[in-house]
Design a protein around this ligand. Structure first.
Ligand SMILES: C[S@@+](CC[C@H](N)C(=O)[O-])C[C@H]1O[C@@H](n2cnc3c(N)ncnc32)[C@H](O)[C@@H]1O
Length: 399
């Protein structure tokens, strides 16, 4: 069946029509004419899989990765970087328009690296094979190298067979020094890891939450700040753009005196916001991350910071008009409604909202925009070659 691809959807899949019914086709490019197999048919839409490219789009390029068509990791490796940036801007502007948010985002900030930028990976081990699951399945795609990952992580992956793990989960993190932290969950007995320690700069190995070698954290450096990051604490995955996010935070907190950093992780944004001798209070649900944040404040000689370990919705009484700025950098699920309502009720002057999920961002903006105006809205290409994008929004209380 020949289909012409009309445009991308908001997940980076090509869209076509069969008898006026919409069909989503992953890895197709607008302008392609493709033969497809229908893999899902429900009352509202179809999903298809390319079986043959009859006529490639002028926008299509050869994907650098041989696993691109099977693997669910990258969505946009078959178009140029500049087309992928344009796509991300268009998708955010479309979602804003659909939600009646009257703002046109014009800038997307590029990552300094297009490939090998990720400092963290989660892998599956199935029957001694290491890789990612194929998109939406539990079928393992064995990988020897992933173009998104830091080179040292790729080199370690090639050597992991010495551990002889049959089944389990692996996380690998790295830092500015190319040190590696290896986190393993498995019921198998781990064979000797001496060979890995000889070949790599391993800062720690954690098996089933117990440290079996070195330490349970890694220290990273962004701009001139150092951050201790425990194996289970969040840290931004692309250091080649992270410094630009930090610069945006700094620019936009320049006049702030008292900042509340909700969802603060290991204190990254707080520490960047506090250079101007402001007071900062950070809130974070993960205990290790809060311990890291307290340590990181000292490590960077910042002494005007306080941190609380809690779910944000349990400390809403602490969200008061004493704060002139609130930073929100929530997980993909967005900000709890109780927290949004409290910020509005207290009338905090400025909100800086950093988001990795545009759907929850617009949901939350629709609530905040009753009392706030958008002062600045930029995108950051944090997740290069994938459909995901980071948003940076500054909101100012209406007069
Ligand atoms: C996107 S990360 C941002 C972290 C930090 N701002 C940074 O830039 O590194 C979101 C953080 O929110 C934390 N978190 C998730 N749900 C939370 C909740 N209900 N209350 C407080 N923190 C939460 C996560 O553990 C994670 O550290």
């Amino acid at each position: 069946m020949n289909i012409e691809i009309i445009k991308f959807d908001n997940l980076g899949r090509g869209i076509g029509y069969i008898d006026n019914k919409i069909i989503f086709i992953p890895k197709s490019v607008p302008g392609d004419i493709v033969n497809i197999e229908i893999i899902k048919n429900n009352s509202k839409y179809l999903e298809g899989k390319i079986t043959e490219i009859i006529k490639p789009s002028k926008k299509r390029i050869e994907a650098i990765c041989p696993l691109f068509n099977q693997c669910g990791g990258c969505d946009l490796l078959n178009i140029t970087l500049s087309d992928s940036l344009e796509y991300k801007l268009r998708k955010i502007n479309e979602i804003l328009r659909k939600n009646n948010i009257n703002y046109n985002v014009e800038e997307i900030i590029k990552s300094d690296k297009q490939y090998n930028y990720r400092n963290k990976v989660s892998l599956k081990v199935n029957n001694n094979k290491i890789g990612y699951y194929e998109s939406k399945t539990h079928k393992l795609i064995e990988i020897e190298k992933c173009f998104l990952l830091n080179d040292e992580i790729n080199r370690l992956i090639k050597n992991l067979d010495v551990l002889k793990i049959k089944n389990g989960n692996l996380i690998i993190r790295t830092n500015y020094h190319d040190e590696l932290l290896l986190i393993i969950e498995t019921n198998d007995k781990i064979e000797d890891f001496r060979e890995l320690i000889e070949k790599f700069k391993i800062s720690g190995i954690i098996v089933n939450k117990k440290v079996v070698y070195g330490s349970d954290y890694i220290i990273d450096k962004i701009n001139n700040y150092l951050f201790k990051i425990s194996y289970d604490s969040f840290f931004q995955i692309n250091p080649y753009i992270c410094s630009k996010l930090f610069d945006l935070i700094k620019e936009n907190t320049f006049n702030s005196k008292n900042i509340l950093d909700l969802y603060c992780g290991v204190g990254t944004l707080s520490i960047n916001a506090s250079e101007n001798n402001t007071k900062v209070m950070g809130v974070e649900i993960v205990k290790d991350a809060i311990d890291n944040a307290i340590f990181n404040a000292k490590l960077n000689n910042v002494n005007n910071m306080k941190f609380i370990c809690s779910d944000t919705k349990n400390i809403i009484d602490k969200i008061t008009k004493d704060f002139d700025t609130v930073i929100l950098d929530p997980p993909r699920s967005g900000v709890d409604i109780l927290v949004l309502n409290r910020i509005i009720k207290e009338g905090i002057t400025k909100i800086i909202y950093v988001s990795c999920d545009e759907n929850t961002l617009v949901r939350d903006l629709n609530i905040l925009l009753q009392d706030y105006n958008i002062k600045e809205f930029k995108l950051l290409d944090m997740f290069v070659n994938t459909e995901h994008v980071e948003s940076f929004v500054v909101l100012q209380k209406k007069k």
